[in-house]
Structure formats: C-alpha cells, structure tokens
Design a protein around this ligand. Structure first.
Ligand SMILES: [Zn+2]
Ligand SMILES: [Zn+2]
Length: 96
C-alpha cells in the first residue's frame, strides 16, 4: 500500500517510531505527543524546533531537529527549497 508520498516518522538516530504516547514535556510542564501537533505545545503554543528521542519507551535519548523525524518528505522539501531560492542578482550593470 506504500506510495511515494508516504511519510514515515521515526528517530533519525535509532529509528525508534513514536508509539502515539505522550512522551514529551514542554518547558511549561505540559506533557503530550509532539507528533500530533508538529512540535507545538498545545498548552503554551511554544514551537519546538528539536525533538528528543524518549528513552523510556525505547528511544535513544538523542535530540534531533523535529523535521528530521519525518521521512519521505525529502523530495518535497527539496522541491520547496529549490523553488524558494532567490534569483541570483545580476552582476553590477556595465556602463554603456
Ligand atoms: Zn508548553
Ligand atoms: Zn532515537
């Protein structure tokens, strides 16, 4: 059933897959499943750019960029990056 657009979520360091549990605690004290909200705390709305692999349910404890947990996005991300590249500024105009 897998297609090219399938997105998998797992730790980039140890391949641990989030089990749907609330394994992450925000600095405000709220505990939730960060992958349900794309890294944003539902209580204080702080956006976490990094996500730690939780050792308790079987992870490795390594902190990685949140985006690195998503696999299958590479092609899409590359397209977006290429599309947003600034057009090279032309060299200083030559006097005529
Ligand atoms: Zn919070
Ligand atoms: Zn891990």
């Amino acid at each position: 059933m897998a297609t090219d657009s399938t997105i998998e979520i797992y730790c980039p360091a140890c391949q641990w897959e989030p089990d749907g549990g609330a394994h992450w605690q925000c600095r405000c004290g709220h505990v939730w499943n960060t992958f349900e909200t794309g890294g944003t705390c539902p209580q204080c709305h702080y956006r976490w750019a990094v996500t730690t692999c939780p050792p308790r349910p079987g992870g490795c404890g390594v902190t990685s960029p949140h985006i690195d947990w998503y696999h299958g996005l590479e092609a899409l991300v590359e397209e977006l990056v290429e599309a947003s590249l600034p057009v090279p500024a032309s060299v200083a105009a030559q006097p005529v």
